[in-house]
Design a protein around this ligand. Sequence first.
Ligand code: ME8
Length: 512
Amino acid sequence: MTKTPFYITTPIYYPSGNPHIGHCYTTVACDAIARYRRMQGYAVLFLTGTDEHGLKIEQKARAAGMEPQTYVDGMTERFRKLWDVLNVRYDRFVRTTDDYHIRTVQAVFQKLYESGYIYKGQYVGKYCTPCESFWTPKQLVGGKCPDCGREVTNAREEAYFFKLSTFTDTIGKLLESGTFLQPNSRAKELIGNFIKPGLEDVCVSRTGVAWGVPVPFEPKHTVYVWFDALLNYISALGYKNGAFEDFQYFWPADVHFVAKDIMRFHAILWPAVLTVLELPLPKRLAVHGWITVGGEKMSKSSGNVIDPYVLMKRYGTDAVRYFLLREMILENDSAFSEDILLKRVNADLANGIGNLVARTVAMVEKYFGGTLLAEQEAASIDEPLIKSALALRDKTDAAIDAFRLNEALAAIIEVISLADKYIDETAPWSLAKDPSRRTRLAMVLYNLLETLRITSGLLVPFMPTMMPKVWEQIGATEEDVVYDKLNQWGILKSQATVRKGEILFPKREVGN
Ligand code: ME8
């Protein structure tokens, strides 16, 4: 059977500072979706990378007394290392300084020029270097960059322009289609700010920036960093560069996952460029909010970043992954504080799944010496738990389809809570006192193990390090937790054998 392709991308990050937990959110979310799709049997290509050209990077490198290439070589490694530590399993890492990417950028620029969509003109306006964004005086807010609120500089230079103005209707329709942008509530903002007033042509080259891809037919110009960056999504598949053979199979992308700060480039400029190239548009653009600290976006330039290593050291990699994915609701910003993290991790992981594993395994050991009786007696009180566990996979499937990872996790934790309630209701410790109830006791514990098999199986894309440890303890094999068995009951042998292990998610206090 041939597999269905699934192509998912993160933004390519500017390596102008250390990655912080904002970057971690997007990357870990894509990783969880990619892992879930692999588990479902898709052929997945998960792309991430770094966006290494532009004035901001050049200035950073110079300030560090380094050549830009040496600077980005070092910084990019920090991103890769963090993704490794976070157990992010990407399939490809694109760098905009890679030769193949540069070939694609130049080929596309040339093609757009030849087809008349890129022309030479004069740019007179404002530029925000931290955002690498051009603005007209009208667009400024109080004379400052409307995106980040910082000072802008005058830019007046000969430049190439892309005829974005001819796409107002096409892009307007795309945004109104309701399927491209997820959640579609964000379309209103783009329509109001950009489509209603009419799109304007955009500057796609600079003469004052040496650190960029040279325009092929006039190398004193370098390609504007956003135009360069967006093309990563196709250069990494081999489009017009011969480095990979994946374009036919994987394009169009199933989803580009980004935060709201860069939505407009992905929702307006990118589809317009693809239209000129006569390429299909990405199926979805999923946009999430920001992680904030004290109400402000977490960002390098605000100096309010949280170092993911500190959190991982304190709480563990999977706990950090879980927290990020559980807290973010696509439409909203998500406030970060260690207190919120602690409450969430203690409630859902330490007292939730971790405790359920420990209790269940301890009871199987105490009452049955580690291996359940084959003979088991069912009761009607078992049914609600079994039914909820069996219905869970459909819920997590739907949540993943909608990029609502928090909803998938909430649904899983709800089943864990039901299992806790089931323990209270069935009171295994009372059953254990009555020798005539051993078959009933075995059934209760078996149902708990099966609930743990299903929930941990569905959690593995989110917490890939810790869930295999759950399987060891409950005596499940890899074969028991394949996707097809996560909506089936009775997969573990009735004579299941458990093995007590470490405490999976120790309860924490701030600073410990
Ligand atoms: O924009 N909350 O790179 P970048 C949530 N190179 N997500 C956050 C975040 C926060 N506080 N801060 C950053 C660029 N992110 C371009 C992208 S793509 C063709 C080029 C995440 O390093 C989020 O995904 O500024 C956001 O879109 C991205 O990092 C911006 O990363």
